[in-house]
Design a protein around this ligand. Structure first.
Ligand code: SUG
Length: 455
């Protein structure tokens, strides 16, 4: 029996949340224009040890709620191969020193622990939706931000070690590395269904079109996801017309700081929870979803501007909550502590369990280190819906349980610093520490040699 499934459990399909383990070089570098929190905390000192522990505690909390929980390893950082590709030469210490002197921002980009936000790792289509009956993965190219565009290769490698059996799992490479194919993965994708194991409707939300410039686009901040990228992912995954819906995000909210759709909407099974300003033409979208799922009793939980202004939703990450189905059948919202600190949001969440929807519980968790870089609970996880057979074919060393939780906490305690700022990034000892930590991690998670320094 995998991880925390009880013998008496009658479920045959699950949503497994794969959280990104925060890497040892987590820092605040202000790299994400359009992401308000990243800009606000630029150059603040970070606490990688606390960040990783907060992330682990979140995983453990969900696991204790009876949910299936997985863990994805971070990237190798600093990314020495990229620094060398960009012309810095010499031994490792010299490369770091030269990069620090010439371009601290570039060095910080190559040190970013941004792969913790695994909602951006990939788009995943469950086997119930795809024509070949396999689970499909496309790592996101993340081209809009340089520090994120250097993630997808290792991400793809890690995913193929976690889901190794090609009889059940199909791994694609990332889309072409060009803005026309800007792809941010599951952060702009959600899936509605009656049950995780039955065919669903995958909602692909895009911020602009690359080729049809008549379509609306934000004026101020970048739209990271294009319609063309979303369509390409759906094509590769073998989703036919009934399984995919393409939805325009409201460009006005992107300009207010909603850089991914998961900052303004979240779906799970038969529930879509969203702000009234999230999409361009909400009534039409609601109608199209209803038409596509005539046999499912759907709940559209719309939050008005009057109840929660967009700026409060962004500050609190109300919609970057994880909407999960508990083993008893009802849903819970896993919210960041910040939601309890913004009065309009707290007032709304106090009423939510009584609104006659499947959401009956709200849990607050502390992921502040991640929040300060614009990553809430939902950013930190990649959802993978699996049936029993696929779950049995998944690398079980990456599934969370009490033993793994304690082992990873000990590993963090041993290897991580509790304070990091931009000047620490020139220190070659940080590279050594990071390699030692990751080398041990690949053994704990039984991933094999996934990192360039191990090859
Ligand atoms: O891509 N922040 C991430 C946050 C990603 C949140 N993910 C989702 N919404 N799913 C980003 O903007 C900040 C890094 C820095 O500034 O140091 C950063 O990359």
């Amino acid at each position: 029996m995998a991880s925390n499934i009880k013998e008496t459990d009658t479920r045959t399909s699950y949503e497994v949340n794969f959280d990104g383990l925060v890497g040892p070089t987590h820092n605040y570098a202000g790299l994400s224009y359009g992401n308000v929190a990243s800009q606000q905390h630029a150059h603040a000192h970070s606490n990688p040890k606390q960040a990783a522990k907060q992330g682990l505690q979140k995983m453990q909390t969900l696991s204790e709620l009876g949910l299936m929980q997985g863990v994805l390893a971070p990237q190798e950082r600093p990314d020495m191969a990229t620094l060398r590709q960009l012309g810095f030469s010499g031994n490792d210490a010299q490369v770091l020193e030269k990069a620090y002197r010439e371009s601290p921002a570039l060095l910080a980009a190559c040190y970013s622990a941004s792969s913790m936000w695994t909602a951006n790792a990939a788009t995943v289509s469950p086997s119930a939706d795809t024509v070949d009956g396999r689970v499909h993965f496309t790592p996101a190219n993340l081209v809009n931000k340089f520090h994120r565009s250097i993630e997808h290769q290792v991400t793809g490698r890690i995913l193929s070690r976690v889901f190794p059996d090609t009889a059940y799992f199909c791994h694609h490479s990332a889309l072409p590395a060009n803005e026309a194919w800007g792809d941010e993965g599951a952060a702009n994708h959600t899936r509605l269904c009656a049950d995780y194991g039955t065919p669903g409707l995958e909602l692909f939300v895009y911020g602009r079109s690359a080729f049809d410039t008549r379509l609306p686009a934000p004026k101020h901040y970048p739209a990271r996801q294009t319609l063309e990228a979303s369509r390409a992912v759906a094509r590769r995954h073998g989703l036919n017309e009934q399984r995919a819906l393409f939805i325009a995000q409201n460009p006005a909210v992107i300009d207010q700081g909603v850089f991914h759709n998961d900052v303004i909407a979240v779906g799970n099974q038969n529930v879509l929870f969203y702000h009234q300003s999230a999409f361009l033409d909400t009534p039409v979208i609601v109608q199209r979803i209803r038409q596509a799922m005539p046999n499912t009793s759907l709940y559209f939980i719309e939050v008005s501007q009057e109840q929660v202004p967009v700026c409060d939703a962004i500050r609190s990450y109300l919609f970057n909550t994880q909407l999960v189905t508990l083993p008893l059948g009802h849903m819970a919202l896993i919210a960041p502590l910040e939601c309890a600190e913004v009065s309009s949001v707290k007032a709304y969440l106090d009423t939510l369990p009584y609104l006659n929807t499947p959401i009956k519980e709200v849990h607050y968790i502390d992921v502040k280190q991640s929040m300060q870089n614009g990553g809430g609970p939902a950013c930190l996880r990649l959802r993978v819906a699996l049936n029993n057979t696929e779950l049995a074919a998944t690398n079980s060393a990456c599934l969370m349980n009490k033993t793994l939780f304690h082992r990873l906490n000990g590993w963090v305690e041993q290897h991580y610093r509790d304070r990091l700022n931009i000047n620490d990034l020139r220190d070659p000892a940080l590279l050594q520490e990071s390699h030692a930590a990751l080398d041990e991690l690949t053994q704990i998670l039984q991933l094999g040699a996934v990192y360039p320094f191990q090859r």
